[in-house]
Design a protein around this ligand. Structure first.
Ligand SMILES: Nc1ncnc2c1ncn2[C@@H]1O[C@H](COP(=O)(O)OP(=O)(O)O)[C@@H](O)[C@H]1O
Ligand SMILES: CC(=O)N[C@@H](CCC(=O)OP(=O)(O)O)C(=O)O
Length: 299
């Protein structure tokens, strides 16, 4: 047994009250599905990654069904740079030629996915890694972006738009106490791979699983206004305005679009939170202190 360090009565009382605060949340979310998007920007520091893995396993141990969807944008950029290529993004989406697609599959389906699976398993979870190619559970078709004119379309290569997600495989893993860890790769009609933005996969998956919560973990405190102040609550009409005036840009565009869709389509609670804060996930799920931005339907 490790030696037990003495703590003051005050510290002990503080710790006990935090544990007691968690109780109603544990009861409320027992057996409920929580989809967690773990952004590539939030998975840079080893200590934070360990903390994330511990938090997810804890949620599973207290009876919730966490489902992890991960990104890996910066990790893809690193490997692209090593082969002498530069990552290029339009409206928050990576321009994906066939060589880039090979690297995307290697990084998302291989390196990043297996690292998260392994971390969760080291911390006592039973994690299983999947891409949309497994059981062909994420079907996709080529996505085009809207250009300036009404008719104009921008071709960004092998980027996918989600056609459907079959919830069966993930639900089956949940019922057998596994933690699904999903890389955002879809499969087309010919069996070809598509690169899909991870926020979009997380949002759609939350919808089809009938998830109670969708948590998007990123590298900002949440959605910020023009002055850089945190916006704690957002509705579709405010978001439209923020996008139109350019306050929301880059990677935040697909993130907020996915969050809104999920909120409108029945996911009760959708949050964008700061993955750089230690134990951000536990704070969000198990305490009274909501962190980040909550996205709600218009009243
Ligand atoms: N209004 C905004 N509030 C917060 N972040 C914003 C906003 N507009 C654009 N961003 C950018 O969006 C980024 C988050 O998206 P992204 O880089 O795709 O992260 P992730 O890898 O977590 O998906 C932030 O780091 C920030 O640079
Ligand atoms: C089409 C598209 O942009 N796909 C993303 C997929 C990874 C991702 O979404 O990663 P983050 O969550 O870390 O940003 C990409 O290639 O970067």
């Amino acid at each position: 047994m490790p030696a037990i360090e003495p703590i003051s009565a005050q510290t002990a009382a503080d710790k006990a009250s935090v544990l007691a605060e968690a109780m109603p949340y544990i009861r409320r979310f027992y057996d409920k599905t929580i989809v967690i998007k773990y952004g590539g920007n939030a998975m840079i520091e080893p200590e934070l990654k360990e903390g994330f893995a511990r938090d997810v396993v804890l949620l599973k141990l207290v009876g919730m069904n966490p489902v992890v969807v991960h990104g890996g944008g910066p990790q893809i950029n690193d490997l692209l740079n090593r082969v002498g290529k530069q990552g290029e993004f339009i409206q928050g989406m990576r321009v994906t030629d066939s060589e880039t697609m090979e690297i995307v599959e290697m990084v998302l389906g291989g390196l990043v996915n297996k690292e998260i699976v392994s971390l969760l398993n080291q911390h006592g979870g039973r994690a299983v890694g999947l891409t949309g190619k497994d059981g062909h559970f994420i079907r996709a078709k080529k996505m085009f972006l809207k250009g300036e004119g009404d008719e104009e379309q921008i071709d960004i290569g092998q980027v996918g738009e989600i056609e459907s997600i079959d919830p069966e495989l993930v639900a089956l893993l949940d019922t057998r106490d596994f933690i699904p860890v999903i890389a955002p790769i879809g499969v087309g009609a010919e069996g070809e791979a598509f690169n899909i933005n991870a926020d979009l996969v997380a949002g759609k998956l939350a919808e089809v699983l009938g998830a109670e919560k969708l948590i998007l973990m990123t590298n900002t405190p949440g959605v910020l206004d023009k002055q850089g102040q945190l916006l704690t609550g957002l509705t579709p009409s405010i978001v439209d305005q923020l996008v139109a005036e350019g306050t929301i840009s880059g990677g935040m565009i697909p993130k907020i679009a996915s969050a809104l869709e999920a909120a409108v389509n029945g996911v009760n609670a959708v949050h964008i939170i700061d993955g750089r804060v230690k134990h951000a996930l536990l704070l969000e799920v198990l305490t009274d202190h909501g962190v980040g931005t909550m996205i709600k339907r218009d009243e």
